[in-house]
Design a protein around this ligand. Structure first.
Ligand code: GTP
Ligand code: ZN
Length: 226
């Protein structure tokens, strides 16, 4: 097995050698202490670092030269940060920050910074996320909307799925009358390589509940996030 395969196995395989299913990260984390999570992270980062060392050699670099000595472990820790969303679930993220409140007007948090990695090239795409919802006697802590964006963007993604996952998670956690999510992003895989279109922006949206069914609600949201 080469080292890239071993990284695959550590991070992404869902089967044990005896073919029993390894629990999903979310399930696993419920039973793990913080110390065990730290240990898992350190095993993953040293295995990923080994692979980065191989990659440095494969691109013609000398992984042993002074400037690169710590690069594999730095890059491994950076990759684990960029993909930390795999270790989070919606309950941990939202915690108890859902409050009963007799309000029913639209709530919007706009221009939430978002950084993700495209799943096709593992190259960054980044931009802004705007979220609106119509409360149904409950509101969510505002920071939790940004934390939900973090949870789904810190994974390998495509922009369309990221947008829908954010909307669905808010719908399930808060049960509002509707949710709207709009994402504006620049894909570095279209800027630094490939078609090399510096100014292109991708816009995606997900509209659920009254945001989908009622054009006035949708229009109000879209004009407020302009
Ligand atoms: N729909 C969608 N496509 C994406 C996203 N991020 C990257 N892509 C596209 O994924 C596609 C992968 O196409 P391929 O032809 O398999 O890969 P490629 O040869 O590297 O493509 P080019 O980027 O055109 O050079 C490209 O068209 C990318 O622009 C995303 O978030 N959503
Ligand atoms: Zn890409």
């Amino acid at each position: 097995m080469n080292s890239l395969e071993s990284v695959d196995t550590v991070k992404f395989s869902s089967m044990r050698p005896d073919n029993s299913k390894i629990p999903k990260k979310e399930e696993e984390n419920e039973f793990k202490t913080e110390l065990e999570n730290e240990e898992t992270k350190s095993i993953s980062s040293s295995q990923i670092a080994k692979s980065y060392s191989d990659i440095l050699a494969l691109i013609g670099e000398n992984p042993a030269r002074q400037g690169l000595e710590k690069t594999p472990i730095r890059a491994a820790n950076a990759l684990l940060h960029f993909t930390k969303g795999y270790t989070q679930n919606i309950n941990d993220v939202v915690q108890d920050a859902i409050f009963n409140e007799d309000v029913d007007d639209m709530v919007i948090v706009k221009d939430i910074d978002m950084y993700s990695l495209c799943e096709h090239h593992m190259v960054p795409f980044f931009g802004k996320v705007s979220i609106g919802y119509l409360p149904n006697k409950k509101v969510i802590g505002l920071s939790k909307l940004a934390r939900i964006v973090e949870m789904f963007s810190r994974r390998l993604q495509i922009q369309e799925r990221l947008t829908v996952e954010i909307a669905n998670a808010i719908m399930e956690a808060l049960e509002p009358r509707g949710v709207g999510v709009v994402v504006h992003a620049t894909h570095m895989c279209m800027v630094m390589r490939g078609v090399e279109k510096l100014s292109s922006k991708t816009v995606t949206s997900a509209m659920l509940g009254e945001f989908r069914n009622d054009s006035k609600t949708r229009q109000e949201f879209l004009s407020l996030i302009k």
